[in-house]
Design a protein around this ligand. Structure first.
Ligand SMILES: [Zn+2]
Length: 180
């Protein structure tokens, strides 16, 4: 499949970029896979090297570690207590860089989704994945609707086509129970 890297490519990719295969990212990847979404990892050609890229849905997903990306959350209540200014500046820089990359992606017509490490804690995971499901459903609907327009179908036919696509998609998703 063109969308997937070989095992060797993936290995090289991961050993070059530290933290690539962190657990939170695996949670999202496994979930996406079960939902029937296919993706690429480690796409260097895109701003910010998104962790997960779904070309078909023009969607880039970042799974951000709270520490390095300077998330204001529970996880970061205990910031390093030495070199405070150094760390502060580092987190600011990382945040600014993330915002810049996301803006670049959006300007190029990509949907950007950020999932934070803290949102994938066992307690919050189910809720986060539900939100992700909603966000992706909207993207799929939107994309199907706009590709309907491209073929210049009459309004009603376009709506039916979009519905049929969605029904098929849902069916092929093989949803597992939500409260596992
Ligand atoms: Zn966080």
């Amino acid at each position: 499949m063109a969308d997937r890297m070989t095992r060797e490519q993936r290995h090289r990719c991961m050993s070059r970029i530290r933290g690539r295969d962190t657990k939170p990212e695996m949670v999202v990847r496994r979930w996406l896979w079960h939902q029937g979404f296919r993706y690429r990892l480690c796409v260097k050609a895109l701003p910010g090297r998104p962790d997960i890229v779904m070309r078909k849905w023009r969607t880039a997903i970042f799974v951000n570690g709270c520490f390095w990306h300077g998330h204001e959350c529970e996880n970061n209540r205990q910031r390093p207590s030495t070199n405070t200014q150094f760390w502060q500046e580092k987190f600011e820089r990382n945040r600014a860089r993330d915002a810049r990359n996301q803006a670049l992606l959006q300007a190029a017509g990509w949907h950007v989704i950020v999932v934070w490490e803290c949102q994938l804690s066992p307690k919050r995971r189910a809720e986060t994945l539900r939100d992700l499901d909603l966000a992706l459903s909207r993207i799929v609907l939107q994309q199907n609707a706009s590709s309907g327009k491209r073929y210049a179908l009459p309004e009603a036919e376009a709506a039916i086509a979009a519905e049929a696509e969605t029904a098929y998609k849902t069916e092929s998703k093989k949803k597992k129970p939500r409260n596992e």
